[in-house]
Design a protein around this ligand. Structure first.
Ligand code: ADP
Ligand code: GLC
Length: 469
């Protein structure tokens, strides 16, 4: 089959979160299974791994409402996959992917609307797919473009649209006034179409016109159909239950494997954990924390967003700080969360070290060094770090939701249910107590390290779904 994916992020080219990890690995896993896969994404100002792109198309005309653009298409072949970059400097040649320090770019509806038009033009001229596979709101307009704007166009005859929802909390909602800018019939602006609380919603458009919908874990597929996790879209999703399925993301073990990880000061395996102790001491030293190898070290690596559950911490901070452990935090995002962690480190310099920023090498070192990994998410569509942690023998402490529920069990980690500070505190206390029994702890680590979340399994799931379409 020929699959054309549309995304705003993919490693190693552009990344703000787990979406990029998925688009860096799933297409290749599908290629290994024999499918032909191309991935369409914007050519941003700075992109890693894009040193020698080949320009394969010049001046591809694209229109979006009253706007017209000429796009260059650049190609990089990577792991048997064609990555196709849409080069429109006026739209994408900016420092950020979605915005800058002052917020989201005001023309994101145009930037990602055009991306979807580019994908259709690529389908016409370069890579004609059986299935368009769009990721998140940024690819939502593929639905109405394919099934309304180009309805009856023989080029796209029989082509299906699969929407993967990586996070229902990000919907791409814009003022109703953008309607003329995205080139769709104004009659589609109604409650069974693009309209959502008086605005234009790209994600809703994707859901309404999708031939199938996936989320990135089975539990999240069920959760999004409830008011608690539905972000106002649960009522739209429930009647579509037959179209919705959940496929747990995989892990790129080429990238995340303590036996080969070049970022670690020493490598290790389930059979020989000496390198993990070395990694722990090296990190404690680097962070200026006491070199106490017996004291449990808890790691956090995260985008700082409401979703991630850190608002549970302030009320229990005092009690937590009386417990015997060290905490290392790497992350960035919403200012109040950054400030909360920085002041915790300020007040507890012997216990807490915080690094604000995005640092892939440090993320690897934390996975290698920490004894436990904390992810108290309010909701988590899949989550990748808990799966990386399992492979690194870094026992996850997680809230039982979404992909955390599906990838961590009582034999490999610690889970709490209610979204309350008390439940989190109790869970941390339980994990710290368990850590004192070293032989049992090691068994727990080894069970986690033996878990296999490789992409082959997930890719086979997508392959089956494409076939069924
Ligand atoms: P989300 O996509 O919601 O942010 P995931 O757990 O799916 O959550 O994926 C997060 C990815 O981003 C992981 O690969 C993680 O290691 C990485 N990451 C998040 N924050 C940082 C950071 N500050 N520095 C380095 N890597 C980070
Ligand atoms: C989103 C979700 C995260 C998921 C990632 C990749 O960013 O927040 O849980 O792992 O997408 O699917």
């Amino acid at each position: 089959m020929r699959i054309l994916m549309v995304t705003s992020e993919a490693t190693p080219f552009a990344k703000t979160g787990g979406l990029a990890d998925v688009l860096g690995a799933l297409p290749q896993a599908l290629a290994k299974l024999g499918e032909e896969v191309a991935v369409v994404l914007p050519r941003y100002a700075s992109m890693d791994g894009l040193t020698v792109p080949r320009r394969i198309w010049r001046d591809m005309p694209l229109t979006l409402g009253r706007y017209s653009f000429l796009a260059g298409i650049d190609e990089v072949r990577h792991g048997g996959v064609r990555y196709l970059f849409v080069d429109i400097p006026a739209l994408y040649n900016r420092p950020g992917i979605y915005g800058d320090r002052t917020g989201s770019y005001a023309d994101n509806h145009i930037r990602f609307g055009v991306l979807n038009q580019a994908a259709l033009a690529i389908a016409r001229n370069i890579f004609r797919p059986d299935v368009f596979h769009g990721h998140d709101w940024q690819a939502g307009l593929l639905g109405p473009y394919l099934h309304e704007m180009f309805k009856g166009d023989p080029t796209f005859f029989g082509a299906k649209f699969l929407l993967s929802i990586h996070n229902l909390g990000y919907q791409g909602n814009f003022a109703a006034s953008v309607m003329p800018d995205i080139g769709l019939d104004p009659n589609l602006f109604h409650s069974e179409g693009l309209e959502f609380w008086g605005e234009v919603s790209f994600l809703k458009a994707g859901i309404v016109w999708a031939d199938a919908i996936t989320t990135v874990s089975p539990t999240y597929a069920r959760e999004i159909q409830t008011p608690e996790f539905g972000f106002g879209l649960d009522g739209l999703l429930r009647p579509r239950v037959a179209k919705i399925s959940g496929i747990l993301n995989g892990v790129d073990y080429g990238e995340w494997n303590p036996e080969t990880d070049p970022h670690l000061p020493a490598r290790y395996s389930a059979q020989n954990l000496a390198g993990k102790r070395i990694s722990k001491l090296a990190l404690l030293q680097e962070l200026g924390l006491p070199l106490d190898r017996e004291r449990p070290l808890i790691g956090v690596i995260s985008r700082f967003a409401g979703q991630k559950g850190f608002d549970l911490l302030p009320t229990i901070a005092a009690e937590l700080m009386e417990l015997d452990f060290a905490l290392v935090v790497l992350g960035n995002g919403e200012a109040p969360i950054e400030e909360m962690f920085l002041s915790l480190a300020d007040q507890n310099p012997q216990k807490v070290a915080v690094r604000i920023g995005y640092d892939n090498a440090l993320a690897h070192c934390i996975e290698g060094a920490a004894d436990m990994f904390l992810m108290p998410s309010r909701y988590e569509p899949c989550g990748l770090n808990q799966m990386y942690s399992l492979r690194y023998g870094t026992v996850p402490i997680v809230r039982a939701t979404g992909g955390l529920e599906d990838s961590v069990d009582e034999s490999t980690g610690f889970k709490f249910g209610p979204y309350t500070p008390e439940a989190l505190l109790e869970c941390v206390i339980e994990a710290l107590a368990a850590f004192r029994d070293l032989p049992t702890w090691r068994e727990r680590m080894r069970r986690g390290m033996a878990k296999d979340f490789s992409w082959d399994v997930a890719a086979a799931g997508y392959q089956k779904l494409y076939k069924s379409l």
